[in-house]
Design a binder for this molecule. Sequence first.
Ligand code: NAP
Length: 325
Amino acid sequence: MKTALITGITGQDGAYLSRLLLNKGYEVIGLLNPSRNSSLWKIDYLGIKDQIRFENCDLTASDEVLQCVKENEPDEIYNLAAQSSVGSSFQQPKDSIVFNTISVLNLLEAVRRKKSPVRLYQASSSEMFGKVDRLPICENTPMHPLSPYAVSKAAAHWMTINYRESYGLFACCGICFNHESYLRDNRFFVKKVIKEALRIKSGEQKLLRVGNLEVKRDFGLSSKYVEAMWLMLQPPRPSDYIICSGRSISLDRIVEHIFDRLELDMDKVVVDPSLVRPNEIEDIYGDNSKARNELGWNYDTDFFEVLDLLIEEEIGAESDQKALS
Ligand code: NAP
């Protein structure tokens, strides 16, 4: 039985990746920082809480990370923990930069010092590319990050590559584009629009306030993207891979689709200047052919179908909660 250690296990991807690895027969160890009081509801929602072993570890404390990797003897480490919101990183740049870089450095050092080999997945982000001259984005597209989050992820990305090249670590960066699910945090765009549109439908809210709806992003489904994370750690040699759908959609088309499905008028959508970011990528989509060709990862899901699934799941979960209360 292989052992996987997952940081950020209480997040969207942590929950879906845990389920995937448990189904593959892994022992899954989830790291929690006791000072965060993290909620386990996402893991609970997937019905896997009792199958996971939880360990306490502050990823910013190098000695704790070293001890944790030494004692648990993982075959694979998936580093998903991060201050993961671009918007929050403008409000708390220091927290984002410090946590998103120091945690990765501590893990890389722990893996380097370990005698037996450990394979490491680092959660990199398409946000690192920022302002690009050419689309689609490939693994070797030059980076021009446009937010503190993107700067922190770019630093962690290059640190991971540097440890691989300097010390021969089996470390891979999965450069994921936006991916969504019912388990996405409420502050992220797609989840926020679905939840608030349902509140408008039920009369609990009047308007949907949004930032710049003209920007375009490459969106996918989390439960499919975590498959690529696992695939990345299986080949004989480590490399970095773009994980994306390969198409971009403007945010206003997403709002229109959700409002149309729920039979709501678009006049309930208002642009709130306080939600417009200081610096924004206009359009971004990636080329996933390296992951397709080398890892055999397949992604053919249309994002409007994903939206329909998410609306359905949200409605189902809300009526279950109402029935319980
Ligand atoms: P998420 O739902 O926001 O989960 C983030 C996880 O990191 C949570 O478990 C959170 O713990 C933990 N975390 C945050 N700050 C922490 C801190 N200071 N100390 C310890 N743990 C901390 O993110 P996700 O969507 O699953 O994404 C997983 C990874 O992929 C992240 O690194 C993200 O940046 C990256 N990524 C995501 C996307 C996407 O579209 N989802 C795209 C590209 C890259 P709490 O439960 O305590 O908050």
